[in-house]
Design a binder for this molecule. Structure first.
Ligand code: UDP
Length: 240
């Protein structure tokens, strides 16, 4: 890895929306191709990349629970959605020559490896991009919590949280509130105390307890992931 690289092993969290594009639902191969190209650029620098994919573009467990479904059952549907996203992203990355492995927290051996921590680390060392799918494998959790968990497990240097069109953490939703101000630096506790909608509190407290930094940045601007791994001060950095 080049000297100017700050984060050598990263855990990239991609929400379902990042793979859906403007309509925010379903899989948009053109959108995924753009994301894959950004990832490949960073991979080419020698950065080890693990990815946790969300599934909000397919289904969210809470939505089902609100209309009377059993929450756990609804959450399993959500986890399966993340697997579809993972396979689409894998397809796109491999099409441009980036070697990948998908590991699922719920076994489905015909299409992906089961999640095995040591194997995942080996893949990373060999330069393969590892995509973690099916969340934690347990209902009542989110893929943000999955990102904090997997980042801790694989000793990632940072969680990179890619946002759609928002360039960091704001005091309020900048799309709705013109007086919203952007934070450059925060602690995980700040996020919990201020109730900022960055990740759920389970994910924040896990990141805090395990001392995992988080960078929230805008994925829609070309070259941004690269700038973040180089330690450039774009987005919001959450530490401590
Ligand atoms: N999910 C779950 N356990 C996990 C991770 C995810 O049950 O460990 C389910 C949950 O129903 C969630 C859905 O999968 O709503 C999709 O994940 P998420 O909402 O985190 O996706 P994102 O918002 O990142 O697109």
């Amino acid at each position: 890895v080049a000297d100017n690289i700050k984060y050598k092993r990263v855990l990239l969290k991609l929400s379902g929306e990042a793979l859906a594009g403007e309509n925010e639902k379903g899989i948009n191969p053109l959108e995924i191709k753009k994301v894959a190209e950004e990832i490949k650029e960073v991979h080419d620098l020698g950065v080890q990349i693990a990815i946790v994919v969300g599934g909000g573009n397919m289904w969210r467990g809470v939505t089902g629970a609100k209309i009377g479904m059993e929450r756990a059952q609804a959450d399993y549907i959500g986890m399966l959605g993340t697997v579809m996203n993972a396979l689409a992203l894998q397809d796109s990355l491999e099409a441009i020559g980036a070697p990948t492995r998908v590991q699922t927290a719920i076994e489905m051996r015909q299409i992906a490896e089961p999640y095995i921590r040591r194997k995942a680390m080996r893949h990373l060392e060999k330069g393969r991009i590892v995509i973690f799918a099916a969340g934690t494998g347990s209902p009542y959790f989110s893929t943000d919590t999955t990102a904090a968990l997997r980042a801790s497990e694989i000793n990632a240097d940072v969680i990179l949280m890619a946002k759609n069109g928002v360039d960091g953490i704001y005091s309020a939703d900048p799309k709705k509130d013109a007086s919203a101000v952007k934070f450059d630096k925060l602690t995980h506790m700040d996020i919990i105390n201020k109730g900022l909608s960055v990740m759920d509190t389970t994910a924040s407290s896990l990141s805090m307890d395990n001392d995992i930094p988080l960078v929230v940045f805008n994925m829609n601007q070309h070259g941004n992931i690269k700038e973040v791994v180089e330690g450039k001060n774009i987005g919001t950095t959450v530490e401590g």
